[in-house]
Design a protein around this ligand. Structure first.
Ligand SMILES: Cc1cc2nc3c(=O)[nH]c(=O)nc-3n(C[C@H](O)[C@H](O)[C@H](O)COP(=O)(O)O)c2cc1C
Length: 204
């Protein structure tokens, strides 16, 4: 019934963020991604609010999101460096073979939030768990992926392009998950020794 422990450890440890500019032209299996979303939702969720919403974009919407992010990066500045950076981002994001926008929906006017404002934070925590589930499932399927919070959502046209029905703060964007395939592998980050992070009183 269970996945061998070592396999799960290797899966978690080997997942890496990949830049969308590394993705090749191989068309992703979007049906597999859809199934991964279905499974990823099964994360801990206080009050069973099911806060995550997913928007699985097609090529034209991905291009649009790239264009909008370019406009956000460039702003009103005539600065040549910023304009170049914006053009790069438009190209990098807009040519990604796949993109999932994950949002967190919490009805701020609900009785639940009135009685327990912490629900807002707890809903975000659930969505973050779901994103990690998704990244691991994609990784196991052989996809490369990146969780980005690049603020494309600040663009006034973003919600319309993606099809997000609710305004913030009720529905907020928490992740743009770019996915595709690549031959490149990012180096593993180094982590501080566990002794610096864990206070282990289990044997006292
Ligand atoms: C909430 C969140 C937001 C992130 N936003 C960005 C981002 O906007 N741009 C980016 O390059 N990486 C972003 N990342 C990816 C991290 O930079 C990446 O996880 C980190 O460098 C560690 O690399 P690893 O994922 O390969 O372990 C984000 C990750 C998380 C969890």
């Amino acid at each position: 019934m269970f996945v061998p422990q070592k396999d799960l450890e290797r899966l978690i440890s080997s997942r890496r963020t990949s830049k969308p500019s590394w993705f090749n032209d191989q068309e992703p299996d979007h049906a597999a991604v859809r199934n991964a979303i279905e499974i990823a939702r099964k994360a801990p969720n206080h009050h069973r609010t099911e806060p995550a919403r997913f928007y699985l974009l097609d090529k034209s919407r991905i291009e649009e999101v790239g264009r909008l992010f370019g406009e956000i990066v460039a702003g009103d500045s005539p600065d040549e460096f910023l304009r170049e950076r914006a053009a790069k981002k438009t190209e990098e994001w807009g040519s990604s073979p796949g993109l999932i926008v994950v949002t967190c929906f919490t009805d701020h006017s609900s009785e639940l939030v009135a009685g327990k404002p912490a629900v807002i934070e707890e809903d975000y925590a659930t969505c973050a768990c779901i994103c990690q589930n998704l990244l691991l499932l994609l990784h196991n399927l052989g996809f490369a992926a990146k969780w980005s919070t690049g603020p494309a959502w600040k663009h006034p046209d973003f919600r319309n392009v993606v099809g997000i029905p609710n305004a913030p703060p009720d529905e907020r964007v928490i992740a743009l998950i770019f996915y595709g395939h690549t031959e490149k592998a990012a180096p593993s980050p180094t982590y501080a020794p566990i002794e610096m992070k864990l206070s282990d009183h289990s044997n006292s």
